[in-house]
Design a protein around this ligand. Structure first.
Ligand code: AFP
Length: 320
């Protein structure tokens, strides 16, 4: 079986981008090792701090963020980084050609219950006409991404990534401490009978979303004429991986719980990288009106509604 190292060199991707992807994979491997030790590595529980999102940080949020940040800052081709756990961007190397944004630990509420968690990353080209400490570097539409991926810390550790046209899956061979190609071209089923949404927010959704989900729940006795199953993981990486593997529709729609914050998921380091992976696997990823990858970001930690997965089901949701 082909290793990540061999796969990357079989592509036409430039060597400096290959090296950066390998560095991120290697850091994910190290985080995976910590995750597997759990309480024995003193990584569980709260960090007694909050991030700019106003979220209580877990110890592993902080540890994973520091590991990725320390690795990238010292890598000569990285111009600047952005993270869910960093208030603002962190300039790195003035001659760097890449920007890296990441959610170091997605699904923090799953850490202490041994649930699925992951790290999400995205790589953009550095904008030559802007200084490396200019936040506007990162306000590029998702279509500009050079590479994107997530590392899922589940029963096995898997790296799902796209370097442009297709989406691959690699599985960590812990005996050799290396990622091995296990799916060269992931394809999301066009149809599904499985949806993924946090139902406890139902009373806060738009009428349109309440109607659409209501029809899924009516199943064969409703307008859809078939039954649906539901899954909600609490970690986007876990729900998205299920969609990548067996189809489905994942939704975190806008809601009116907090008029100042109608959406939850972050555009730069959650929605955009995931949207690239999903679209390059034949799925769709929208924000209730347009492809997520076409959104012009206005702020670093901007949030966005997310509806993604099996193309025909996303179409059904949008036309509901
Ligand atoms: P945390 O990393 O703070 O746990 O948030 C995870 C997440 O951003 C995304 O991964 C999940 O799909 C979503 O939040 C879960 O949100 P709810 O807790 O509101 O269901």
């Amino acid at each position: 079986m082909k290793t990540l190292h061999d796969y990357l060199r079989s592509t036409k991707i430039e060597s400096s981008l290959i090296e950066l992807v390998e560095l991120l994979a290697e850091t994910g491997n190290k985080i995976s090792h910590l995750v597997r030790q759990g309480a024995l590595a003193n990584i569980l529980g709260a960090a007694d701090s909050q991030n700019i999102q106003g979220e209580d940080q877990k110890k592993l949020d902080v540890i994973a963020n520091q590991m990725i940040k320390d690795t990238l800052i010292n890598f000569s081709t990285v111009a600047a980084i952005a993270s869910e756990e960093e208030d603002s961007i962190v300039p790195a190397n003035s001659t760097g050609k890449f920007l890296v944004a990441f959610d170091p630990l997605d699904g923090s509420s799953n850490i202490d219950i041994n649930g699925q968690i992951g790290s999400i990353f995205t790589i953009y080209p550095r904008l030559a006409d802007l200084a490396v400490d200019n936040e506007a570097q990162f306000l590029q539409p998702g279509r500009q991404q050079l590479a994107a991926g997530y590392i899922l810390y589940g029963p096995s550790t898997q790296l799902v990534m796209s370097l442009g046209k297709t989406t691959q899956c690699f599985t960590l061979d812990e005996s050799k401490s290396t990622f091995v190609l296990t799916n060269e071209q992931m394809q999301i089923a066009k149809d599904t009978q499985e949806f993924s949404i946090n139902m406890s927010n139902q009373r806060f959704w738009s009428e349109k979303m309440r109607h659409y989900i209501g029809e899924l729940i009516l199943g064969a006795s409703g307008s859809r004429g078939k039954n649906f199953n539901m899954r909600w993981n609490g970690a986007m990486v876990g729900d998205v991986h299920r969609v990548m593997m067996r189809g489905g529709i994942f939704l975190y729609p806008s809601d009116n719980r907090n008029p100042k914050q109608p959406a939850k998921l972050r555009l730069l380091y959650e929605a955009n990288p995931i949207a690239m992976l999903v679209e390059n696997a034949g799925g769709k990823a929208l924000n209730e009106s347009q492809s997520i990858l076409t959104i012009q970001p206005k702020a670093l930690h901007e949030r966005v509604a997310v509806i993604l997965g099996s193309a025909n089901e996303v179409d059904s949701c949008m036309s509901a």
